[in-house]
Write a protein that binds this ligand. Sequence first.
Ligand SMILES: O=C(O)c1cc(C(=O)O)c2c(n1)C(=O)C(=O)c1cc(C(=O)O)[nH]c1-2
Ligand SMILES: [Ca+2]
Length: 543
Amino acid sequence: DEALNQALQNPNNWPSYGRTQANTRFSPLKQINDQNVGQLKLAYAFQLGALRSNEATPIVIGDTLYVSSSSGPRSVYALDAKTGKIRWQYQPVIAEDVDPFVCCDLDSRGVAYADSKILFGTLDAHLIALDAKTGKPVWNTVVVDYKGGMAITSPPTIVKNLAVIGYAGGEYGARGALQAYDLKTGKQVWKTYTIPGPGEPGNDTWKGDSWKHGGGAAWQVGSYDPQTNTVFYGTSNPGPWNAAVRSTGTSDYGQLTNLYTSSTLALDGDTGKIKWALQSTPAEAWDYDGVNELVLADITIDGKKTPVMMKADRDGFFFVANRDTGKLISAKPFVPVNWAKSYDIAKARPIEDPAKRPHMDAKTTDICPSWMGGKNWQPMSFNPETGLVYVTTNNMCQDMQTAEVTYRRGSFYLGNDFSVNPGHGDHLGQLLALDPATQKPAWTMNLPLPWNGGTMTTAGNLVFFGDINGIFHALDAKTGKPLWQMNVGSGMGAGPMTFSVDGKQYVAILTGRAESPPAFMGEVGKKIMAATPEGGTLFVFTL
Ligand SMILES: O=C(O)c1cc(C(=O)O)c2c(n1)C(=O)C(=O)c1cc(C(=O)O)[nH]c1-2
Ligand SMILES: [Ca+2]
C-alpha cells in the first residue's frame, strides 16, 4: 500500500504494530540514547477509559498517534502525538454478549494504517476501516460469526491492497483461517483455512472428522515480506486440548500431527496459497499455541547473510528458519523445557519425552513450560546493531490430565484438567537478550513474576519494557545495564514504541495489567493480580 510504504520510509513514524511489518520493533531514532535516557520525563498521560489488560502498541504517522483500548467502550482514538489532545474518537458498536466467546480477556492489540485508513478488528469479529483523518467509518465487514467462539484480538497485516486478518478460537474448537479484504471496499479477496479439508494435503493428519473443530487459530499479529510477497502467521493450539480426540494421544503420533496447528505458515500475499509450513509442536497437547510474532531479519549465520524468520515459541524453543524456503536452521530452549529433550533440525521435529505427554489415566506432573509459554503474546524485539533479540520469558511449569470432551458450539473445548506452578530455579520471569545466530544469551535480567510486557529497542542502544509490577524500564541494549525506570502504577503487557515529532523523540507505553489469564496461573496468578491495581493509561515520555 502506497500510504503505508510512504509512512514506513520516515524513521520518525511507527506506522505498524511492530514498527515495520517485519515486526522487529526496532526504531532507528537515537535522540534518546544510553547517555541521556536517565533524564526521561513525562510528556503527557492519556486515560484510555478502559481498565484490564491493555495490549495495544500505539502507531504514529506524522503528528497523529492512533491507539485502541481494551474492554468497556473499547474505543479507537486519534491523538495529537505531542500533547495527547483528542483529534477524534470512534466507538464501535460491539455485540453485548461477546464475553463468553473470548478465551482470554477483552483484548485489542491495536490498529493498522493503510490507504489513509485506520483498520482494526473487534471482539465480535468485524473488521472495520475508518478514515484516518476524520475517524468516520468507511466499511465494516463481518469476518466470522463470533458465536462460534471466534474473536479478533490483533490488528490486520497489510499486503499491497489487502488487509489480511485471522481470528481467535483455539479454545472453542474453531477451524482457523486467514482472510484477505480489499482495502478500498472491505470485500473478501481470499480465504485460506489453516487446517486442510478433505482431499487437501494434510487432512490425513487428523483422526476422522476431528479437523472440523481442530483449532489452529491465527489470533496474533502477522508479518509481511514485500520482497517475496509473503505473509507469515503463526497458528494456535489444536482443538481440543485432549490430543487423543484428534491424534493417537501418545508421543508416538506417527502421521497424526494435526497440520497446521501450532505452526508457522508462509502464504502468498496475492492468493493466500501456503508456500511452506513449519510445525513447532506436532500433535500439540499442552496448549502451546504457535502464534507468537514472527520477526523477520537478515542475520549472519556461519558467515553467511541469511533471510530468517525468528519465533520465541510458547513451547519453549527459539526457532530460526530461512524465511524464503522454510528450512529450519536452529531450535534451542530459551527457558527450562522438558516436554521435549531436544529438537531434530533435519527432520524439523521435536524429540519428545513420552513421560511428559498428558493422558487420561493419571496426572502428568511438572511439565515445563506451562501453557503460559516460554513466552506468550507479549512481543519481543530485534536490534540489527547489537544483533540481539530481547524477549520477556516465563519460567513456569504445569500438571495436566486429559478428560472426555464433546464439542459444543461457542463453549470451551479443552478436555484437560490442569494446574500451573512456579518453575525451577531462582526466577519466574526474565528479560533475555539472545543472539539468534548462535542461540546464546548475551545477558539476562531476572524478574520476580512472569507475564511481563513486550520489548522495544532503538539505535540509541536502548531496550524498553514494562514489567507486571508496574515498572517501566530502559536498559543498555548491549550490556543489560539498567539506565532508567519509572513506576507507572499498573502492570504492563503491551510493547512500548517510540516516535519523533518536530525534532523531538518520544517513548510511549500502555498500562493495564492482565485481568483474566492470571485466573489460570495458580498462586502466581494471585500475586500478579495483587502486585498492582487495574490500570489503563497511555504514558508518553520525552527528554
Ligand atoms: O487459541 C486461541 O484462539 C487463543 C486466543 C487468544 C487471544 O485471542 O487473545 C489467547 C490464547 N489463545 C491463549 O492461548 C493465550 O494464552 C492468550 C493470552 C492472551 C492475552 O491476551 O493475554 N490471549 C490469549
Ligand atoms: Ca490458545
